[in-house]
Design a protein around this ligand. Sequence first.
Ligand code: F6R
Length: 612
Amino acid sequence: MCGIIGYCGNGNAGEAVLQGLKALEYRGYDSSGIALADQDGVMSITRSVGKISALIEKTKNNLIPSSYGIGHTRWATHGAVNEVNTHPHTDQFGKVAVVHNGIIENFEELKENFPLEIFTSETDTEVIAHMIALEIANGENLLQAVQNTLQKTTGSFSILVISELNPHKMVAARKGNASGLVIGFAEDAISVVSDITALTNIVEKIIFLDANEYVEISSKETNFYNATGEEIDKKTLLLPFEHNVQNLGQYKHYMLKEINEQPETILDTIRGRYQSDTGSINLQELQLSSEQIRNINRVVFVGMGTSANATLVGRHYMERFAKIPSEVDNASEFRYRQPILDRNTLVISVTQSGETVDTLAAMDEAKRAGCMQITICNNPGTQTTRIADSTLYMRCGQEISVASTKTMTASMILMHALALYFGKIRGTLSPETEQHQINAALHLPVAVGQALELSNQVEEIANYYHSFDNFLFLGRGLGFPIAIEGALKLKEISYINAIGYAAGEMKHGPIALIDSQMPTVAIVPRDTVFEKMISNIQQIRARQGKVIALVSHGEKSLNNLADEIIELPEVDPLLAPIVTVIPLQLFAYHIAQKRGLDIDQPRNLAKTVTVE
Ligand code: F6R
């Protein structure tokens, strides 16, 4: 959560920091602030509650000429959303300015070393500014002051610091694994950002700061240090991907744009990987040998939110095609239940951002146990890609809307490809099934395009249902993960209470909720559990519940049973989740729009969740 940026370069630091904050806004948008230093190192600090546009407005025509500065966009963890809690935080004399992402766990204890009255905010960050100022007062330079301070902290976080007491320097540091930092080099400037996507187009080279490392930056140079203070050499990388132009085009919101991009992003995901002519799957990024793949005794999928919902589909594929016992774990629970892992366990993490702290923690746990690891990720060069043995990139381009859409379909496809690939090597997949699944996957861009054509019908349904305050989503088999995802999408952007359930579970509690004010969205493809879904719908109708049914192409038998029927395009039943999720993404979108909500930046959420 929270985005931080530092810039050292020519005399336009203010503009550069604000531009970087705009690009980082998806990480948090409760409030934002900026600290700029003039040619003598004297700092000017502006903070503002609300989105970055409020900070831009506040600093209009009064950004001081400055060659270096730091900025922050906040997703509140400690303390209310107000100006005093907004970063940058300073010591009591305003000589040290700090921006921070992550959590300092022992901040209360650290505060006891200072008189309480010097604290102006409720944050865990402010104490760091006081500690650094004290270190400098005791004769340390800025770098040593930051190092000494961080040695006394616990938690996992990153900071950027500037100080009038040691001008023309900026220090960036990471403690622990959460909260990544990347340093970008342009011809005449050096930037530090919490996310590679916030680097400007002119940046060509980058260096990732690893856990427990520090960097001291001046306008011309960077010096890197490890946890014990020794200077270290770091590997410089070329920027690994082209920046997506952040452009809404014909769309009103990024979410709608990203939903509509899916035929194209799916094509990018499958391109070169599904080979119809050879009847095989090509995953050349995979670093596992055939022997390692044959030795896998268990697959554990980890992820959070939408990515976790996708893994429930991935588990089906892995068991069906590769016949490997598979389980799904919510990444935030994984390490706390002391999972039984060994060298033949394969852990597959699914994450759009590659920076989700719970997913990283689960991967660390797996690493300690010596497991093989694959990450399915969208953002190149991010932390999960550096921990895993292999990365399967989603190739979706940047996802800007906080609600994940195109990356969910990409991750389900990659788990399908992986399961087919393993199945072939392990001898559990017939060539006919492989060829059939490859052809079916190659049809997905078309089927998803057809699903998008349902948008007008879905909008009409949303017109009627947007004022309901509670929804139930039901599915069975491969429909179950999509029911949970449909409910998640609806609650996160429309703030409606929506719950997703395995339909068989309905009679064991949720049915008590059903009345005319609690509509049910039922996923009812013509599959082996079709008749059972019909019984569930009858039970709902018997209690005056309204039913919106998503049915297979050409299915007419529910016409007199459901209130609304959404007929899905033709698709192989095993790939149905990738198509079924589309009208549910649209449903959430249209409902939130009718409710007049901030669709791309829903309240309380952030795109990258770097706190536990
Ligand atoms: C929901 C959503 C979140 C993310 C979750 C994991 O639309 O976007 O639930 O799926 O925060 O994020 P990643 O995939 O970046 O690990």
